[in-house]
Write a protein that binds this ligand. Structure first.
Ligand code: ZN
Length: 114
């Protein structure tokens, strides 16, 4: 199985951030050399474009981070953390960030992608 098929299986065919089930692509979490876990997640086009800063941040859309920051997968947590940093002026995002703690190497990876 290729990486997309593996990720789609673990995500049950949904975006690992917002749960959408269309326009799913593999998102590569940079920098790969600092990765402490698998460095791909499945993301929908809406999430993808906003992570990549090709589209403006839709604050309402990212309320999905409240859920997905609790993912079992470090890769999903790292992407969540980075998006939360961009939203950290919002009270709910600040709250979520308080509970999203990483060990040192994971924190380094997360930080390097900001
Ligand atoms: Zn999504």
């Amino acid at each position: 199985m290729d990486i997309k098929a593996i990720l789609l299986q673990r995500s049950e065919g949904c975006c690992e951030l917002c749960g959408a089930d269309n326009g799913l692509e593999v998102y590569q979490i940079e920098p790969v050399e600092l990765a402490v876990s698998e460095c791909q997640i499945i993301a929908c086009q809406t999430c993808y474009d906003q992570i990549d800063k090709k589209a403006p941040l839709d604050e309402e859309h990212w309320k999905c981070l409240i859920q997905c920051s609790r993912s079992d997968y470090t890769s999903v947590q790292v992407v969540s953390w980075r998006q939360l940093q961009r939203l950290s002026h919002l009270d709910w995002a600040k709250e979520v960030l308080k509970y999203l703690k990483f060990d040192e190497v994971t924190h380094e990876w997360a930080l390097a992608g900001l």
